[in-house]
Ligand binder design. Structure first.
Ligand code: CTP
Length: 219
């Protein structure tokens, strides 16, 4: 089967972690490497799509023919993604922080003598994926990711419905050889009435398989 052409489509991809600053020296982050989102952006551009990649803090080279916007926090990612609308397809591969410190301390937080606990107050971030799906300029397809440790299909299906997505790509966290830092991954791609297992395969090959499914849905 030849790879589906994506010429003429505008595809917006988010990738990588977000860093939520606690003070000038510290942040809350997560283990996302950005590799899956970068692979999707690279493959989509190679197939002729006009690709914007909103990237959290990762050390990955920019894929060829991709317009990259670097961000750090969930709040910055929200702004950059909204600027990327309208588009035909939004693929939210970023591991966006669900919570961020209520405020970032202007000076480095010092421990006090005798202090053995520190309470950080966190507030929920805005859900970029759900906001894209509810937007007046909603893309034709909104695709989410779900990293789960258990009940993978069940939780992912819940997110598909709650966030009003067209597709969700679920992957199990904690399986050797797949997931965050790995070059390989396995995905369960779920829509309203179907489930398809992709991989395990290198992330770039998996990106191609996912884009084939997306092209099928758009046809
Ligand atoms: N996401 C987002 N904005 C957020 C949080 C998540 O856009 N503030 C997107 C991610 O890019 C991913 C999907 O939502 O595509 C999955 O996020 P996740 O945090 O796992 O979903 P939640 O609904 O927050 O569920 P939970 O944290 O309970 O697993």
């Amino acid at each position: 089967m030849t790879a589906a052409s994506l010429a003429g489509l505008r595809i917006l991809v988010s990738a990588g972690p977000t860093y939520e600053d606690i003070d000038p020296a510290r942040f809350l982050g997560n283990r996302s490497s950005g590799k899956m989102g970068f692979a999707i952006a690279a493959e989509a551009a190679q197939r002729g799509a006009d690709v914007v990649l909103v990237a959290g803090p990762v050390h990955l080279p920019s894929p060829a023919q991709v317009r990259r916007v670097n961000v750090r926090s969930a709040a910055q990612m929200l702004v950059a993604v909204m600027k990327g609308l309208p588009c035909d397809v939004y693929i939210g591969a970023a591991a966006v922080a669900d919570f961020t410190p209520r405020s970032c301390s202007p000076g480095k937080i010092k421990k006090q003598p005798g202090q053995d606990t520190l309470v950080l107050e966190l507030v929920q971030t805005r859900d970029i994926l759900a906001e894209v799906a509810a937007h007046a300029q909603r893309p034709r397809l909104v695709v989410g990711f779900a990293a789960e440790t258990d009940n993978v299909a069940g939780y992912a299906r819940g997110k598909l419905q709650r966030k009003r997505l067209d597709l969700i790509c679920a992957n199990q966290v904690g399986v050797a050889g797949t997931g965050f830092e790995s070059d390989d991954n396995a995905l369960l791609v779920i829509d309203a009435d179907d489930e398809r297992a992709l991989g395990p395969a290198p992330k770039r090959a998996l990106a191609g398989q996912l884009l084939d499914l997306i092209a099928e849905r758009l046809a």
